[in-house]
Structure formats: C-alpha cells, structure tokens
Ligand binder design. Structure first.
Ligand code: HEC
Length: 273
C-alpha cells in the first residue's frame, strides 16, 4: 500500500514535470515566432529611433564646453563612426586604457564636452519603460554604424591581452552571497532560467550570436539595453554591489565576451525578448 502511494506520487510528479516542459516549449516557440515577425520587418525595431536620437546627440554641440562629439576618436580617427564599433574594445593611447564603446563615449563626453563624470555614471541605465539614456543612445548609434560587419577588435595587443584575461577570470570567478559566477548561468549548453534560454557565452559559437545583438531593444522592458547595462544587470542577479559603468571590471568582461565573439556578425540594435 505504502509502495503503491509512492509509485503514484512519482507518476504524478513526472506527469507534472513533463506537462510543464511541454508548456515551456510551446511558450518558447511562441516567443521565437514573435521575435521572427519583428525581425522580418526591420523598420519595426523601436531601437532605431534611439540610434537616430544618438546621431543627433553626437552631432550637437553640448556640455559646458559646447562642442559636439565629432572630434571624439573612437579608434579610427576623430569623428570616424563607420566601422568603429567593430574594432572595440581597444587600447586608447590618450586615456592609457582599454575601453569599450560606452566607456569611450563617456571619456569623450567628459574630456571634450566637459560633462562631470560622476553625474554621468551615477544612474546611467534606464528603469523599465524609460528610454535608454543619452550615453546609451549614442552607443546605439555608433554600434548601428557597424551593422552587418564582423567583430574584429584588436585584443591581442600587449595592452589588451591582460584585460581580456582579467575578464575571463571575472567570468569564471564565483562571488557574492549566492556564490555565483557568470559561468554558473552561461557556461552550460541548453541551460535556462524559467523561460529564458541562457546563452553559453564561453562557447564562441553561441557568443558570436549573442554578443553581436547588443545594444538591443528589449521588448519586456520597452527600451534599448546596452552591453554595460546587461553586465550591470547580471551582476545584480548575482547580488553583487552595483558595478560602475566604465569600471575596469565591466570593460574587462566586455573585452572577454568580445574576444569570444570574434568573427561574429554585428546586428545592432537587435530585438531581444
Ligand atoms: C543567475 C544567473 C545569471 C548569472 C549568474 C549571470 N547571468 Fe547573464 N543572463 C542571465 C539571464 C536570465 C539572461 C537573459 C535575460 C533575458 O533574456 O532577458 C542573461 C543574459 C546575459 C547576456 C545576454 C545574452 C543574450 O542572449 O544576448 C549576457 C551577455 C550576459 N548575460 C552576461 C553575463 C555576465 C558577464 C555575467 C557575470 C557578470 C552574467 N551574465 C551572470 C542570467 C545570469
């Protein structure tokens, strides 16, 4: 009798599990179809409006110095935007640092336009439903100007190599109250949390697709999310202290992810779930 009850319980549990798995698969398929529809009509991507806003911000004289960002050197010479994102992060002689796109724009906003760095990094990411901030809109514009190109950042230079190595170490380092690393959620094939598939970012095949989709318009929060914001949010999921935009840690992680994605195609802004 007791044994019968156990068998029944096991059967019920396995039925519940399998029907949950079916529901999950159906939902994932529906989400995939929805994404596909949005992608079939590229002009339906609201992130392009932010790229346009970013272009205006780039070209408009602003800040205490009342200059535009057209003298900002993203690595290919002052003012050159076309193809610059495809070669970032990179080492910048003038700053003595490796920088990703957002960190470099921040540097130009501070050093050319005279904005106060502390103000810009205080609250740099938008809340749900709010549009991406100015820096993020400019990054969206810059990334969009490398759309269709392949990641070709020069990360094998003596200055960049240690930064990529630090990023790799941070990616695999368990820390925080949950004792998670990035790898806990992003280094297993086919892993997911609830309905979200978790890309296997230490596998170049998946990294090439995932990394190339940032910045992306995130439907569930109705705004463009940048890579600095993505890393910030994942660190928050690990219950780590708020990581600063442009910090050595975020730049190193982005350098590592970009190295993993080398040769992958850029499709920014993309549409995320
Ligand atoms: C607790 C699990 C968890 C941890 C730990 C975690 N992430 Fe994530 N990450 C997620 C989830 C969930 C998503 C997908 C969110 C979504 O679909 O909206 C995601 C998405 C991402 C993406 C975008 C992937 C794509 O599909 O384009 C990147 C990049 C990323 N994480 C990087 C990191 C990095 C770097 C770390 C470590 C600092 C990290 N994650 C730690 C859960 C995690």
């Amino acid at each position: 009798m007791k044994f019968g009850r156990i068998v029944l319980a096991v059967l019920c549990a396995s039925f519940a599990l399998s029907s949950a798995a079916i529901a999950q698969d159906d939902a994932e398929k529906a989400i995939e179809q929805y994404r596909k529809k949005l992608k079939e009509d590229p002009w339906s991507n609201p992130g392009l409006l932010d790229a346009d806003r970013g272009e205006v911000l780039w070209k408009t004289p602003r800040g205490p110095n009342n200059v535009s960002l057209e003298k900002c050197d993203l690595g290919k010479g002052p003012g050159v935007v076309d193809g610059a994102f495809a070669e970032l992060p990179r080492f910048f002689e003038d700053a003595g640092k490796v920088m990703d796109v957002e960190t470099r724009i921040l540097w130009c906003m501070v050093n050319l336009q005279g904005f106060n760095r502390a103000d810009l990094v205080k609250n740099p990411h938008p809340a749900g439903g709010k549009p991406v901030k100015e820096l993020g809109a400019i990054a969206t514009y810059v990334a969009n100007k490398s759309n269709g190109m392949k990641f070709a950042a020069k990360l094998d230079t003596p200055q960049a190599k240690p930064v990529v190595k630090l990023g790799e170490e941070l990616f695999f380092r368990r820390s925080g109250p949950f004792d998670f690393s990035c790898a806990s959620c992003h280094s297993n094939p086919g892993q997911r949390i609830r309905l979200q598939a978790l890309p296997h970012l230490s596998d170049p095949k998946e990294a090439r697709i995932a990394v190339g989709e940032w910045p992306g318009y995130r439907v569930s929060s109705s705004h463009v999310m940048t890579m600095q914001h993505r890393v910030y949010d994942c660190y928050w999921q690990m219950r780590m202290p708020r990581v600063e935009l442009g910090s050595d840690a975020t730049v190193a992680i982005i350098a590592y992810l970009t190295k993993q994605a080398e040769g992958g195609e850029i499709s920014a802004p993309s549409i995320k779930r």
